[in-house]
Design a protein around this ligand. Structure first.
Ligand code: GDP
Length: 424
């Protein structure tokens, strides 16, 4: 038995979906343990190109069981839409290969609405929310005012519980934001409509995973977002509202006594960031436009253009430490092939001092990048499958990153497809 976590090292969108799709075939179970439909993992395979928002990326692999753990927040409507569109593309999704924790939390339409109302109130101070209701639902959860997925199986209990919550929630919706109150009967109908479809997938996934582990099965934990968006260790308050680090995997999956043996940190060969918050090595203008276009850097969930810049060693080394990465997969190296010189942010300059340390959130906005340029390789590397066949400049770039982040790079991805990978 061995457990593995696949996690983002930076601001998210590092190519986790692609790496999970690749590595998951070595595992029996793929489990999402945090977050909701606020990020998208892109997987390209023989069925086509998919942006997965909630369903684990192991869904394409026959024999792999996919689990949404108790740490996940689920918008019923969005999850059902995702299941339907995958089924239409010929992917089999059954209670045998897809299981939802009865303790996962439901994201209601009023959570989504509150996200939008609060961002509108904040105007130019907004957080850059994906407007999927994630911050409102996680804050309600810690106020103990949310509904668990399993309550869909007990409509009388649900109606009474949701009614009590709604009484409280409508006070905020009406009196703080001046919006229209939500009606219990409408929400109960929403629960009935989507709950009927999702009920067959509900179970005690904690027990399922515990028994699977005892039977010697291997579990892969699939994270969403990256270390710098983690609620505790990220660029607070421009973080997500969940724990996106490997350390939370066993809790969010429901097997707290377990541990993660292997943590693969995903790092993109350059930096991207969606939404607001400090992003020290950011590029603007033409050079940003060129990199964005080369890498197709538009959000998988929202379509928003991503902010781009050179790889950031300071942030990446910090991300590897916070994630406890035991190895790194470097993705999208092929995208840098157009550059004559490849820039690297090696350190930060903060208030006149050069530092290797990732700064405290309150001051990180003042940091300036220290940039070193390295020779580019200027040729197509997408066909390369062996490390020794890479141009010397590309190997030099990889080895420079490896040395400076202090973590072994064991995979180099040179394309979006399953086989466009170099094992080191
Ligand atoms: P995730 O949320 O971390 O899975 O990241 P995204 O969904 O944003 O995935 C990154 C994007 O890059 C997707 O469109 C992938 O198909 C694509 N991708 C991943 N790895 C590579 C790579 O090595 N080269 C290229 N060209 N594309 C890649």
């Amino acid at each position: 038995m061995s457990n593995c976590a696949i996690v983002g090292i930076n601001w998210g969108d590092e190519g986790k979906g692609r790496m999970v799709d690749l590595i998951a075939k070595e595992y029996d179970i793929v489990c999402r343990y945090q977050g909701g439909n606020n990020a998208g993992h892109t997987v390209v395979n023989e069925y086509g190109k998919f942006a997965l928002h909630l369903i684990p990326s192991g869904i394409f692999l026959p024999g792999v069981v996919n689990v949404l753990g108790n740490g996940v927040v689920i918008d019923l409507e969005s999850l059902w839409g995702e299941i339907e569109s995958l089924q239409k593309a010929g992917i089999s999704i059954t209670p045998e290969n897809f299981k939802i924790s009865d303790r996962a939390t439901i994201v209601f339409p009023y959570h989504r609405a509150l996200d939008g109302l609060e961002e509108a109130r904040l105007k130019d101070k907004k957080y850059g929310s994906t407007l999927r209701g994630i911050a409102p639902v996680y804050s309600d959860k810690y106020q103990k005012k949310t509904v668990m997925m399993g309550e869909l199986l007990y409509p009388e209990y649900l109606e009474q519980h949701l009614g009590t919550i709604l009484e409280w929630k409508n006070l905020t919706i009406q009196n703080v934001y001046g919006a229209e109150a939500y009606k219990l009967e409408d929400l109960m109908e929403w629960c009935r409509m989507y709950g009927e479809k999702l009920k067959p997938f509900l179970c005690d996934t904690s027990k399922f995973l515990y028994e699977a582990e005892k039977a010697g099965k291997n579990i892969m934990f699939e994270a969403q977002l990256g270390a710098l968006r983690d609620i505790d260790f990220g660029i607070f308050p421009y973080t997500s509202s969940s724990s996106s680090i490997a350390g939370y995997a066993c809790i969010g999956a429901g097997i707290p006594g377990s541990h993660v043996d292997r943590t693969v940190g995903i790092v993109k060969a350059y930096s991207t960031c969606v939404g607001e918050g400090p992003f020290t090595a950011e590029w603007f203008g033409e050079e940003a436009e060129k990199l964005r276009a080369a890498g197709g850097e538009y959000g998988a969930s929202t379509g928003r253009p991503r902010r781009v810049g050179p790889i950031d060693i300071v942030a990446t080394r910090y991300g590897c430490r916070i994630q406890g990465a035991t190895e790194v997969a470097l993705t999208k190296l092929d995208i840098l092939s157009y550059m004559d010189e490849v820039p690297v942010c090696t350190q930060y300059e903060l208030d006149g001092q050069v530092t290797d340390d990732f700064p405290f959130p309150a001051v990180i906005g003042r940091a300036k990048p220290v940039i070193k340029t390295m020779p580019g390789w200027k040729c197509d590397i997408s066909g390369v499958r062996k490390y020794e066949d890479l141009p010397a400049e590309a190997k030099n770039y990889i080895e420079f990153i490896e040395k400076n982040i202090g973590c072994r790079i064991s995979y180099v991805s040179v394309g979006a497809s399953r086989d466009e990978i170099i094992y080191r």
